[in-house]
Design a protein around this ligand. Structure first.
Ligand code: ASP
Length: 308
């Protein structure tokens, strides 16, 4: 196998073999999470910092739990209660944390490329927990893991992703990852929210027609409208959007029988996904949440264990 990447900023430098090993290892982590004592000593003595310059529920909590389950010390930094609100720069903030001997960073930031900067400023392994609209690699890994858990393999499977593709780091990271693991990706949304350049990615096709997108799909992922990154003018009205692009039972009737439904959260029920579909037997939304912890344990293990 090629040398182990030092960071997980996006999937550049991550081979299919390495990614498959990471998902295989998440199976082991899931077994740890089934035990009465959900703790292993793998990261004992290491300090992991979750540095969240943007809001999060699932990603931050699951990373903190993942690190603690592996016996790391965890320090959590959030913009609201830090000196960033007093004007401190990203560089100064990271240099302060590094002076406290933090061994690795998990970073979320509204600016694309921020995790790369943290890697440069700290000299430590960095996991990107979402940078602007660019990448959210651990979300894509847990999505891939959830589809693989369902079908045994991603080879030959089709995942349709419907919603605000333009502003979604989840769509981008899945479009990079899933084809590396043998799956096809269909990205779907209104033309204003579907950047044509994504069609250049291997294994990725685009359509503005949701019925066409779900036809033959083994998994259908609904995405939230990322209003925090929209300056307006992309949609006629929310009702018109929901009428065409909502993932609901009517649309899913066109997918493969048994197709599963995914959503990275947070969900806006009855907008991008109908409430009954979110709660239906085909929904794997809470499975994704559950798998997130095991997948993030596996990522931490991969980056931090067995290195100098
Ligand atoms: N939680 C995901 C993200 O951080 C998706 C979303 O916010 O809609 O990108």
């Amino acid at each position: 196998m090629t040398a182990r990447p030092r960071h997980l900023l996006d999937f550049e430098g991550w081979t299919p073999e390495r990614l498959t090993a990471l998902l295989d290892n998440a199976d082991t982590m899931n077994q740890v999470l089934e035990r009465p004592v959900k703790k292993v000593p793998a990261l004992q003595g290491l300090t992991v910092c979750t540095a969240f310059f943007e809001n999060s529920t699932r990603t931050r909590i699951s990373f903190e739990l993942a690190a603690r389950r592996m016996s790391a010390d965890v320090v959590s930094f959030a913009t609201g209660n830090s000196s960033v609100s007093k004007g401190e720069s990203l560089r100064d903030t990271i240099e302060v944390l590094t002076a406290y001997k933090v061994d690795a960073y998990i970073v979320r930031h509204a600016a694309a490329g921020a995790a790369h900067l943290v890697a440069r400023y700290s000299g430590k392994p960095v996991i990107n927990a979402g940078d602007g609209r660019r990448a959210h690699p651990t979300q894509a890994l847990l999505d891939a893991y959830t589809v693989r858990q369902e079908y045994g393999s991603l080879e030959g499977k089709t995942v349709a992703i419907i919603g605000d593709i333009r502003h979604s780091r989840v769509a981008r990271s899945n479009a990079e990852l899933l084809p590396k693991l043998g799956a096809k990706v269909v990205l779907c949304g209104p033309a204003t929210l579907l950047p044509a350049d994504l069609a250049a990615l291997p294994g990725v096709t685009l359509t503005t027609n949701p019925r066409e997108a779900v036809r033959g799909a083994h998994a259908v992922m609904a995405l939230r409208l990322q209003s925090e990154r929209m300056s307006g003018g992309y949609l006629g009205s929310l009702q018109e959007y929901a009428d065409v692009y909502q993932v609901n039972e009517r649309l899913l009737a066109e997918a493969e029988a048994g197709a599963i439904v995914l959503h990275p959260g947070p969900m806006n029920r009855d907008l991008e996904i109908s409430a009954d579909t979110a709660d239906s037997p085909r929904s794997r939304v809470l499975k994704q949440v559950e798998n997130g912890q095991a997948v993030r344990m596996s990522v931490l293990y991969h980056l931090l264990v067995g290195r100098e």
